[in-house]
Structure formats: C-alpha cells, structure tokens
Write a protein that binds this ligand. Structure first.
Ligand code: G1P
Length: 292
C-alpha cells in the first residue's frame, strides 16, 4: 500500500568527524553493510519499492552504492567473493532509487519537503538511517505499514528513554488508545531538561500522509532555527490525527559513537556471525550431497 520511502541523507554527520569528512555518515558500515542499506532493506521488507533519497554535497557514494559496479563485478566474477554481493544485488533489483539534492540544510522538516517531488501525493515512509532498528520477526516499518492500513493517518515510532535523555529527541504526549498505540495531543522537539511532556521519544521512523507537505511549508523555523517535522506533525495532530507507536524491536542510535559500537556488536553476533554459520553449514551439506 505504501510504495515510497524517503531517506533524508543530506546531513554532515559531524559527531563522527573526521570519519565523515568526505564519507557520508549513511555509508558508515555496521559490520559489513552501510547504515543506509539496513534502512533500505527494512523498507523493502515492508513492501516498499521506491527509495527516495534526499542527498547533499559530497554524497556521490550513496548513489554508487545502489548501482552496478562493472569493474569490480568483472574482477570477482567466478570467485568465492561474488557471494558477498548477493545481498546488495538483490536489494538493487527489488527497488528503484531516485535522488534529489537539498541545497541548504534547514532541518528535517525542510529535508522531507525537498523530497516531495520524488514522493508525490501519496502516503510515504521516512527512515532516518542513523537510527538502526532490528527485530527478529518483523521490521519496524512493516509493523507501522500494517498500522497505517488500519488507521490511515500519520504515525511516528516512539520508544521510552531515560528522562535525562529526552532533550535529544522529539517527545510526544497523548492518550493510549490500544496496546502500544497512542493518539498524540502534544509533541515538542528537543524539550529543555526537565520540561518533557513524557519519556516517549520519537525515533527515526515515520509514516506521513501527503498533507504534511503543506503543513511543513507553513511551519516557521523552530528548535535550533530549523524547520522541524515535529512542529508540522503537531499541527496535523491538532487538526486531524497523528498516532505514536511503541514499536517492537531494538533501536540503536548510530548517530552516537556509543550507539554505533553497540549496533556493531549486536549485528556481528546476531546477524553477521549467524548468516556466516548458516552459509557454511549450507555449503557443507551441498558438498556432502555432491559426494554422495
Ligand atoms: C530527529 C528529529 C527528532 C527525533 C530524532 C530521532 O532529530 O528531529 O524529533 O527524535 O531525529 O533520531 P535529530 O537526531 O536529527 O537531531
């Protein structure tokens, strides 16, 4: 039902300097896969097939990543290295990728508005790639897409955070209407310490209805002098409905060094090492079958 997924990816990634001096932060690898690829896989798993990426200066490697690299593929053709590209090849074949450049950084709301041309006039998802989300059964976007089918309104993913961390996030308040689903009646971007309306923080997964674009256009710069999606969503909540969803799964803040290391350890143990073991077992059994 939701086809488009928007990836705001124009930011500088200053918290990871000097690593991000010439490399986009979305290309930072967690084990052997760039952050944005995890997000794209999550969107594809949720049934989306159009990846719309809002880029900025110096982000060429993002485009190259979701494209063929003939020279490399020719070099490794027929060797056992080829299977390392299986996943990304499959991802590239499962979706189309379009790009638009955000010339000025005026905040997340502005980045989303920049993607309007790519997304069109339909509901769409937004993924902030530095929030890496994992769930063993069903990805967060998939969970949210199912909710959208039922409620047909904008949805933000939320998570409980310690009170002394609420100032880093958009924070919501509202009424619990069902297990894990809250109807938002207030939301505030990065509240000052001690003033947050709750400990439910927005994390980087959204489903937005297209009327959000006009609301963003009419949104004045807010926190940090930037156009905030949180402010536009509050208007939507006041005039219609916005839901917050306490998702199932884990989220790692890969915008911070600590979160990035945690994600790396988790993905190494729970994804990479397991896949590798399964692959090796698979090879052994094919080998045995061919001997037999
Ligand atoms: C953005 C949003 C914020 C949200 C956060 C999630 O902030 O503005 O509401 O809680 O992403 O990661 P940023 O971290 O880009 O400053």
């Amino acid at each position: 039902m939701i086809k488009h997924c928007l990836f705001p990816a124009a930011g500088y990634g200053t918290r990871f300097l000097p690593a991000t001096k010439s490399m986009p932060k979305e290309m930072m690898p967690v084990v052997n896969k760039p952050l944005i690829e995890y997000g794209v896989e999550e969107a594809i798993e949720a049934g989306m097939s159009s990846m719309c990426i809002v880029t900025g200066r110096g982000k060429h490697s993002l485009m190259d990543h979701f494209d063929k690299n003939y020279e490399l593929e020719h070099q490794i053709q027929g060797t056992n290295k080829e299977e390392l590209l299986d996943n990304i090849r499959h991802t590239i074949d499962s979706a189309d990728f379009t790009y638009i450049r955000q010339r000025e950084m005026k905040g997340l709301g502005h980045a989303i508005l920049t993607g309007r041309e790519l997304v069109g006039d339909k509901p769409f998802a937004v993924v902030l790639a530095d929030d890496l989300c994992v769930h063993e059964q069903e990805g967060v976007l998939s969970q949210m897409a199912a909710l959208y089918k039922q409620f047909r309104c904008s949805i933000v993913a939320v998570q409980e955070v310690p009170e002394d961390e609420t100032h880093k996030y958009g924070v919501i308040k509202g009424e619990m209407i069902k297990d894990n689903i809250i109807r938002v009646d207030d939301m505030i971007e990065k509240p000052e310490q001690g003033t947050a309306p709750s400990n439910l923080a927005i994390i980087g997964r959204y489903i937005l209805t297209p009327d959000i674009f006009e609301l963003i256009e009419a949104t004045e710069p807010g926190k940090g002098g930037e156009i905030q999606i949180t402010d536009a969503l509050l208007k939507q909540a006041k005039s219609g409905c916005v839901l917050a969803y306490k998702f199932k799964g884990k989220r790692f803040d890969c915008g911070s060094v600590e979160g990035y290391i945690e994600a790396t350890n988790y993905c190494y143990e729970n994804v990479y090492a397991k896949d590798k073991q399964a692959n090796e077992l698979g090879k052994q059994s094919t080998h045995k079958e061919s001997i037999a």
